[in-house]
Design a protein around this ligand. Structure first.
Ligand SMILES: *C/C=C(C)/C=C/C=C(C)/C=C/C1=C(C)CCCC1(C)C
Length: 238
């Protein structure tokens, strides 16, 4: 028990019972770590052609776990977490784009498709950061970010990648469709969190959602672990 408590201190102080943000950072760290261990350990039990996809799933949750430790400490110290949050996203969201590419590579996806997704996701996050860090009008930069988000949705759901997925059929198509649902529904959680945290045009949202950090933390666990599990499911289905 004592060793366990020491281990917990290694990860940082446990948050107070009424600190919802601190608790969700703590649980988020554990969930991301457990998921990383699961993905890394499953790498060698799947067909060789899916190994890189599983590796990427593990990297996404591992990078998030590390950033969650930083964010939890920053939060505990009363500091701002925005920079850690966006550094995490700017690493993990392009890796999620890589998953779309890897899944559809066999069906003809090219690095051009990958580049479009990565550039669009980078624009989405850089403009979002400008708004959230208070470097410009939050509503306006949020709208720019939203346009890049819609472009990603267009590419995977209606554009060439959707056609490649349809041509692949079977387990690949159904994994692609599930990942699309994560992007369309799961990723939509973030603009809601952004609006909750932004003064200006979006104040009405505050009445419905309590806290931006909690919303982001829940969104991250659903999206990053969920994404990885969809890929895992595809890898063991063959
Ligand atoms: C693991 C982290 C993920 C999947 C993060 C995704 C983040 C977004 C989809 C953020 C989107 C935003 C908008 C569409 C508009 C407002 C600004 C953002 C950056 C919160």
């Amino acid at each position: 028990m004592e060793n366990f408590l020491n281990l917990m201190y290694f990860f940082g102080d446990t948050p107070a019972g009424d600190d919802l943000v601190g608790i969700t950072f703590w649980i988020g760290t554990m969930a991301m770590m457990a998921a990383s261990a699961f993905f890394f350990l499953s790498m060698n039990s799947v067909d060789a052609k899916w190994r890189t996809s599983i590796l990427v799933s593990g990297l996404i949750t591992f990078i998030a776990a590390v950033h969650y430790m930083y964010m939890r400490d920053a939060h505990a110290a009363g500091d701002n977490t925005v920079v850690f949050r966006y550094v995490d996203w700017i690493l993990t969201v392009p890796l999620m784009c890589v998953e779309f590419y890897l899944i559809l590579k066999g069906a003809g996806a090219t690095t051009k498709h990958l580049k479009h997704l990565v550039v669009a996701s980078t624009i989405m996050l850089v403009t979002g950061y400008v708004g959230e860090a208070g470097l410009g009008n939050a509503a306006m930069w949020g709208l720019f970010s939203g346009l890049a988000y819609f472009y990603i949705v267009y590419m995977i759901k209606f554009g060439e990648l959707a056609k490649l997925a349809a041509s692949a059929g079977g387990a690949v198509q159904s994994a692609h469709n599930t990942l699309c649902l994560f992007v369309i529904i799961g990723w939509a959680i973030y603009p809601i969190g952004y609006m909750a945290g932004t003064d200006g045009w979006y104040d009405f949202i505050d009445a419905f959602v309590p806290n931006m950090e909690v919303i982001y933390n829940i969104g991250d666990s659903i999206n990053k672990i969920g994404f990885g599990l969809v890929v895992y499911n595809l890898a063991v289905s063959k």
